[in-house]
Design a protein around this ligand. Sequence first.
Ligand code: GDP
Ligand code: MG
Length: 332
Amino acid sequence: VMCGGVGVDRVPGLGHSGGGSTLLGYIGIDTIIEQMRKKTMKAGFDFNIMIVGHSGLGKSTLVNTLFKSQVSRWSSGWGSEHKIPKTVEIKAVSHVIEEGGVKMKLTVIDTPGFGDQINNENCWDPISKYINEQYEKFLKEEVNIARKKRIPDTRVHCCLYFISPTGHSLRQLDIEFMKHLSRVVNIIPVIAKSDTMTPDEKNEFKHRVRKELETHGIEYYPQNEFDDDMEDKNENDKIREAMPFAVVGSDKEFQVNGKRVLGRKTAWGVVEVENPNHCEFALLRDFLIRSHLQDLKEVTHNIHYETYRARRLNDNGGLHPISANNTQESNL
Ligand code: GDP
Ligand code: MG
């Protein structure tokens, strides 16, 4: 057989291509997929999503709509009992969601108070601090001599940034936030409460926001530079051209053509959240969960965390452990 060299020759699995060898039977390489599936099923996985935008933009409602449950504790009763915090707070809530035998530990990180102050200068500081603290936690576990078989992952895999549906332009704060944070976390900008705009207004606003993001050199997820190959690029180009998704969230059901659907009643009728002709919620959901969830985790690990790690170890003068003690109880 042709197994010389350093193993870069491709041996055809079944002998129907060149050589006419009959020795080549089924090896079973493809069962790795099934093996990985079983392990993933057993282990489950972490997914951590952060929501940012000023209060009342429908952040809590949208994550609840995305995950079809009350994953955000602060969903209802806004305005009555809640006060706007004086500074930005960071609140993480975790849930285990199971579907088809696969367990996902979902953590929603809410940032109440963001953008609600009169002076919003540096109000992304607590957010950026939180993101970096999770990288630090992970790093500490990683450089530990007796490290865990599986390091708990609290790193923020995705930051949904809610843009106000003003129809005008981005606010200075939107630009500043995304500029500062797009290098440390995967930012996915969305246009909030898009049922408050007409289709024309919506399209024009989307167009304008895209232009502004480009003008300010803001690289949101999926970043051009991280496309792996042409297939990736083509797929992601389509997504980038459709961003930012103009979304609608709701926890109310309506009867439409004999089916129960999530929606919102407006002057024009019921806006169906999951109907792609009504809004882009389904596009966001498919992108975020059904096609790019694993990639969000990989970009977080391979790019954002790696950047943090390299900087941190450099500052630390090489590969010394960051601290010998105090690392045991530091996770979660
Ligand atoms: P948060 O402060 O950003 O978490 O906003 P909430 O999710 O608590 O929602 C604030 C208010 O806006 C609530 O009364 C929601 O019912 C409403 N809301 C949420 N999503 C939407 C939406 O997509 N469109 C409209 N028109 N209202 C929404
Ligand atoms: Mg909320």
